[in-house]
Design a protein around this ligand. Structure first.
Ligand SMILES: [Zn+2]
Length: 233
């Protein structure tokens, strides 16, 4: 028995450098394989690589923080973990965020001024709302904000995935305006088929919740559930 154990050890551990290197390589390969399986199990669906690449190339700024990352799973560490049907939704969201940041770079005060109009004005009494004094006050604040030059927000896209049938879009940075846009896109995902992007005949599967149109559900190999219920319009 002892002899057997000894022979097994010498076979796998070995004493030569070559054997150690080989073992390390095999171990690394196995870890990578295991990691891929784990990610596959966690993911219900994933976006086509070609579409992922298109988004990353279109908006490289959101992924700059990943430039030193050398793992196998780019563009985001775990890719876009949702179906192709939400591509247009995600693309529109990223474009809006990008445009917002660019406009804030050019006119840092404008968003704050419009926020002031939207937040303060409705609360004022009609008689004072359009008075010259208010206009003068707003212009004064605008000038002050221009001088202070509040910097444009930055955005790092950390994770994009599907959860409980809806889009989840996680970022670092941003501002209230951007959080509002993300919230709108996430709400819209509950009315958009995750597989084909259609907004007609949308429903959800029970059990493992997926937002999917009737046609895609009937074709159905991608969904584990047998029950489909239309969403309340
Ligand atoms: Zn569909």
């Amino acid at each position: 028995m002892e002899r057997k154990t000894h022979s097994r050890q010498s076979r796998w551990v070995g004493s030569s450098q070559f054997c150690n290197k080989n073992r390390k390589y095999l171990l690394q390969k196995q870890i990578l394989k295991l990691r891929k399986i784990l990610i596959h199990l966690q993911k219900k669906s994933e976006m086509k690589e070609e579409l992922e690449e298109r988004l990353v190339k279109k908006y490289p700024k959101f992924f700059e923080y990943l430039k030193d990352y050398k793992g196998p799973l780019i563009p985001i560490q775990f890719g876009f973990e949702c179906g192709d049907g939400w591509y247009v939704l995600i693309d529109s969201l990223m474009e809006s965020i990008y445009n917002h940041i660019e406009s804030r770079k050019k006119h840092p005060h404008t968003q704050i001024k419009s926020k002031f109009w939207r937040a303060i004005m409705p609360r004022l009494h009609k008689s004072v709302r359009y008075s010259k004094k208010i206009y003068k006050l707003v212009n004064k604040i605008e000038k002050k904000l221009k001088k202070e030059n509040i910097p444009a927000p930055y955005v790092d896209i950390i994770q994009v995935k599907e959860k409980f049938g809806g889009l989840r879009f996680y970022i670092n940075g941003g501002d209230d305006y951007i959080y509002g846009m993300i919230s709108l896109a996430e709400d819209m995902s509950y009315r958009t088929c995750e597989f084909c992007g259609s907004t007609k005949n949308i429903g959800q599967t029970s059990g493992w919740i997926t937002t999917i149109c009737k046609d895609c559900f009937d074709k159905g190999s991608r969904v584990n559930s047998k029950n489909w219920n239309p969403i309340d319009e």
